[in-house]
Design a protein around this ligand. Structure first.
Ligand code: ATP
Length: 238
């Protein structure tokens, strides 16, 4: 059996004395789309920061495709294949869309394939091809989010992590973006999506985890979680 694309075991991390992650265990099978949901402050972004090597873990293990990435500096984590599209997009507004996308292809592996990957990104988001020479600042919020996802894809991730991709987008743009994310699944990678938009993300996810107070409190298929009373009350207000 092939190794999980990403496997996290009993992960602990925090800021100084503040313990935020208190034993997180989760796994992404190859080519899966996994949702991570939870209230503000549950530790979702902290989890991504720890996997990315931006924050030091205090315990536990992180493996990518069966290889440990514990303790690697952030650029080595990207080279190993864990690529994140951060909350708030963080584009270079003075640069064109094309330049912003190319920034993503900064590892040797990614640079060697950047022409082909760019075509794939343009296929996924045709509007970006049309507007590729426009500055990023000229785009709508939804289009900027597409650039952020496209830039992450340019790094040729084995695991793509999206932190709140639908944040601040109009409902129609959220639908389009989620459609594109679903399509990315056809590529050879696994996707971890952090979302406040709990209903939509669980509808499309193969599997979901709920993070509460730095621990996984519930997990199951998207449909199982959507049928769960505690989840419906706490996150969907039903
Ligand atoms: P959100 O949806 O609001 O981003 P989250 O689940 O991603 O929530 P985190 O951003 O991981 O939550 O934050 C978890 C906890 O860690 C919060 O209590 C937050 O105040 C705290 N925290 C985050 N960043 C820092 C920091 N740099 N220093 C100290 N505490 C921090």
């Amino acid at each position: 059996m092939s190794s999980p694309a990403l496997e996290i075991k009993d992960l602990h991390a925090g800021y100084g004395d503040a313990k935020i992650l208190r034993g997180v265990t989760l796994s992404l099978p190859p080519r899966s789309l996994v949702a991570l949901v939870g209230a503000n402050g549950a530790g979702k972004t902290t989890l991504l920061r720890t996997i990315s090597g931006l924050l030091k873990k205090s315990g536990g293990a992180i493996a990518l495709g069966g290889e440990t990435i514990d303790g690697l500096p952030p650029h080595r984590v990207v080279e190993a294949g864990f690529v994140q599209s951060p909350e708030g997009k963080q584009l270079f507004h003075g640069m064109s869309i094309l330049e912003n996308l190319m920034v993503g292809a900064h590892t040797e592996r990614a640079r060697a394939r950047r022409k082909e990957t760019l075509e794939e990104v343009f296929e996924l988001f045709p509007i970006l091809a049309e507007r590729q020479h426009k500055p990023a600042s000229a785009l709508s919020g939804g289009q900027q989010q597409m650039v952020a996802v496209g830039r992450a894809l340019m790094a040729l991730p084995r695991v793509l992590a999206l932190d709140e991709p639908s944040l601040g987008l109009a409902p129609i743009m959220v639908d389009r973006l989620f459609e594109a994310i679903s399509k990315i699944r056809e590529r050879d990678l696994a996707i971890l999506v952090i979302e406040q938009n709990v209903f939509q993300v669980l509808e499309m996810a193969d599997y979901g985890y709920v993070l509460e107070n730095g621990k996984v409190s519930m997990q199951g298929s998207g449909q199982e979680l959507l049928a769960n009373d505690h989840l419906r009350e706490t996150y969907l207000g039903l």
